[in-house]
Design a protein around this ligand. Structure first.
Ligand code: ATP
Length: 137
């Protein structure tokens, strides 16, 4: 079994979509093994997205990600990293397949409802960024 770091971003939390999105995750067969609601500090958001520093979308991304609460989750399942990315759809919701979380709930490429790790290496880094071992069931 594989794990991924999921975030329900501030746009989706603000639209009362936590329950709806968690239902999509559970219906897909993913198990929630850790969860935390928090408002990211600028330092936390900058560290999380450090790979994008200097890109034109970086500063607005940091502002968005610190604008309200985010739910961070560790999800577990078989081949979950690709399966989860398929469930959420492409970063740009106009490119996301019908029925994906981003097609249904994202407003834009920035306000795109959810995050998911893109590889086992980033999943390990991102899970450790938000959770210590004894917070993961
Ligand atoms: P995530 O990492 O959140 O799952 P991703 O892997 O699809 O998204 P990345 O390229 O890692 O996308 O970008 C991280 C986040 O930065 C995106 O989810 C989005 O919120 C924002 N972002 C990326 N590219 C753009 C862009 N061109 N314009 C605005 N926001 C962007």
């Amino acid at each position: 079994l594989e794990r991924t770091l999921s975030m329900i971003k501030p746009d989706a939390v603000g639209k009362q979509l936590i329950g709806t999105i968690l239902q999509r995750f559970e219906q897909a067969g993913f198990t929630v093994v850790a969860a935390k609601l928090m408002q990211l500090t600028r330092e936390q958001a900058e560290g999380f997205y450090a790979e994008h520093e200097g890109r034109d979308f970086y500063e607005p991304l940091i502002e968005f990600m610190t604008s309200g609460p985010t739910m961070a989750l560790v999800l577990q399942g078989e081949d979950i990293i690709p399966a989860y990315r398929e469930l959420i759809g492409k970063t740009d919701p106009t490119q996301a397949a019908a029925g994906t979380i981003r097609a249904d709930f994202a407003e834009s490429t920035r306000l795109n409802a959810v995050h998911g790790s893109d590889s086992p290496e980033s999943a390990a880094r991102e899970i450790a960024y938000f959770f210590v071992d004894d917070e993961i069931c």
